[in-house]
Ligand binder design. Sequence first.
Ligand SMILES: Cc1cc2nc3c(=O)[nH]c(=O)nc-3n(C[C@H](O)[C@H](O)[C@H](O)COP(=O)(O)OP(=O)(O)OC[C@H]3O[C@@H](n4cnc5c(N)ncnc54)[C@H](O)[C@@H]3O)c2cc1C
Length: 374
Amino acid sequence: MNAVNKVLIVGGGIGGLCATIALRRKGIEVDLVELKAEWTVYGVGIIQQSNVVREMAKLGVLDGYLDAAFAFEDVTINTTAGQQLARIPGQRLAGPEYPANVGISRLALHQVLSETAIALGASVRLGLSVETLTEEGEGVDVLFTDGSRGRYDLVVGADGLFSKVRGLLFGDKYQPRFTGQSVWRYNFPRAAEIDHLANFQGPAGNAGLVPLADDLMYMFVTSHEPGNPWMDTASLAAEMRQRLSGFSGLIGELREQITDSSQVVYKPLEVVFVSEPWYRGRVLLIGDAAHATTPHLGQGAGMAIEDAVVLGEELTAGGSVEQQLERFMARRYERCKFISDSSVLAGDKEIAHDHSFDRIGLVKQMLARTAEPV
Ligand SMILES: Cc1cc2nc3c(=O)[nH]c(=O)nc-3n(C[C@H](O)[C@H](O)[C@H](O)COP(=O)(O)OP(=O)(O)OC[C@H]3O[C@@H](n4cnc5c(N)ncnc54)[C@H](O)[C@@H]3O)c2cc1C
């Protein structure tokens, strides 16, 4: 008999949904609560690299996921003017018949994951969170924000950067930190040559083009924003064009088409890393709640998804809850720390205008590390 048969997952984002799928596939009963009453996600895309495609196969969602995604192989790194500096070949980690990497809209990803979680029999309640968690005997008594109660063998906090569960475990010890940079994103019809992830090294930040569908791609650019200034939403298009002023080539051409401020998605970058075991007793943090980093290596969600798969494996591999969570940490801590630290480092080097920084080398190192078994 498993030590863990009934789990509460707090947060229905990428990590919480993947954990729900992973646990349901192992026969564990799952209740999921999500704070948002309208269970939607904002509509920009996301890069998912070869290690993520491999984990999606383990979760048994690969076919539906690939149907909703734009599959691609290589990653290029280019100069400000678009001249290619490196082409890094993709790694087909899910098997030779599956693509190396994908770009997918966050909405499409959410639909695939949420429909699968519900079809697998998870109980999902929206507009709800946890109020208190009290460990008592061999379980956790949960008081929900609507006054209802439940008892679980394990509670998983997958509630993101501003995790309430993290606060319940560690008080205010871990607070999100603004890194000094922000990201600007904008959707375009896909240019024919953007059939892969194209990065462009800018004078003060990096831009990129990510294919999402046959007719859709998005652009991102990072910028240094000392003091995290308030942005007037009406002027976001002009502000984004200004952040792209050093670019020529394709990025320069597209820059002039950024005219609709309502379509600019602006995001200051905040990070947090929990440096001790991500659990206390029978309450565990996964995903951004434990290790939110910057998007410089495109691996934040990748790490949340890997957390979910490993959790499903360890909870059904025998031993006590303590032993299971120890094994989970042994497989996750250093890998997530490497991604968190390396992503923040890449941003710091942009802020410092350190053009001697070997970004290509770091991307190759990340790809080699994430290709290793989880
Ligand atoms: C600009 C930007 C670009 C990025 N691009 C990429 C990329 O290309 N590739 C990649 O792999 N990663 C990327 N990331 C990182 C990625 O978005 C995150 O790592 C990922 O979303 C983490 O998933 P999560 O489920 O842990 O948290 P979230 O996605 O934040 O989900 C948390 C969920 O919990 C819910 N919630 C919050 N509080 C509570 C509460 N108290 N009770 C109940 N529910 C609650 C939220 O509503 C949400 O649904 C990017 C991040 C940023 C900021």
